[in-house]
Design a binder for this molecule. Structure first.
Ligand code: NCD
Length: 341
């Protein structure tokens, strides 16, 4: 997990990611959310607190507030997604925005139009916010560098670089169950090397002062010098899980893997999969998380995924409130104005 590769887009090759400070307006307000890097602990806490106020609302019959009324949000997904795209869409709709989903497989980019031309055309439709997922690391930064000054970009996952809203919803889930981060031991297990989720989670956990962040996996799936990210590496799952309060399992990102990194899924499960026996090594009230999609029998046993310690579906639910919080803070809407309609 070094610096993200540049986005090799049809539009040309960007010169690299923008500095994290570029996520803010000159007045210091959040304009884009591209990475956790460069956010302050206070801002992350404000996002989580704001999300808290939306959680109750999402459970009510009337689920809408007018905070993004008149705004247009465009979901621009160049890569498959179920949870992220849908919860972004729901979040925008619950804030009363107009939402458009662009199906990239049928869009002009496959007909040879450059990403930049596509972007300019979409922008000409008075879009206020782009939610972008792309297979290339740096793609969201690239788009953010080229949008008009009133437009915001939210990174919904770029290559193996970052997935900031996933990390925020994970922090929200952990805070709801465990409270104070400083007393927690959190273990992230599996394919850390190819995971944009892990990278953003590690940054967010460290930002919030987590007691200990562990990464557990085979050497081939941990980045070189992983300690430099502020984590403690373990190459044995039994030692790594000992007494942890939170276990985050990750999917094997086969689409980003060079062949030969792994023997077989069966063998991976034998060595690194989370089963009930291994879960028993963690703290008695440990929670089990997974950003999804989870592969049962590869990184996680069904009895654990569906068991009493799993909060995997809560993560999905909280994704709506957290994405609502990010969008409303970006447009500068005060949540108190947003009385239910
Ligand atoms: C993750 C992603 O796409 O980065 N999933 C998600 O957003 N919920 C993780 C994954 O694909 O394994």
């Amino acid at each position: 997990m070094t610096e993200p590769e540049t986005a090799a887009t049809a539009a040309g090759r960007p010169s690299g990611p923008m500095p994290p400070s570029m996520q803010f307006t000159p007045e210091g307000r959040l304009r884009h959310l591209l990475t956790i890097e460069g956010l302050s602990p206070e801002l992350v806490t404000e996002i989580l607190d704001t999300a808290e106020s939306f959680v109750g609302m999402n459970a009510q019959t009337v689920k809408k507030v007018p905070l993004l009324r008149g705004k247009t949000v465009m979901n621009l997904f160049f890569e498959a997604s179920t949870r992220t795209r849908t919860t972004f869409e729901l979040a925008a709709k619950r804030l009363s925005a107009d939402v458009l989903n662009i199906n990239i497989s049928t869009s002009s980019t496959v007909k040879g139009e450059s990403l930049l031309d596509t972007l300019r055309n979409l922008q000409a439709m008075y879009v206020d916010m782009f939610v972008v997922r792309h297979a290339d690391s740096g793609a969201a930064h690239f788009i953010a560098r080229h949008v008009a000054p009133h437009v915001s970009v939210l990174n919904a996952g770029d290559g193996r670089h970052a997935h900031p809203t996933q990390a925020l919803l994970d922090m929200f889930t952990i805070r709801r169950h465990k409270g104070d981060f400083s007393r927690l031991k959190v273990a992230i297990v599996g394919d850390i090397l190819h995971s944009r989720v892990a990278r953003s989670q590690i940054q967010a956990l460290n930002l919030l002062g987590t007691g200990e962040v562990r990464v557990i996996g085979p050497k081939t799936l941990l980045p070189a010098h992983v300690e430099d990210l502020g984590v403690r590496p373990f190459h044995d799952i039994r030692t790594g899980l000992k007494d942890v309060d939170v276990i985050i399992m990750l999917r094997l990102q086969r689409e980003r893997m060079d062949s030969g990194l792994l023997p077989s899924e069966h063998e991976f499960f034998q060595l690194w999969g989370l089963n009930e026996e291994r879960l028993a090594l963690a703290a008695p009230d440990a929670i089990v998380m997974h950003p999804g999609p989870a592969n049962r029998g590869v990184e996680i046993d069904s009895r654990v995924a569906d068991g009493p310690r799993s909060v995997i579906l809560e993560q999905v639910t909280y994704g709506i409130a957290v994405r609502m919080a990010v969008m409303s803070l970006i447009v500068g809407a005060s949540v108190n104005q947003g009385a239910a309609q």
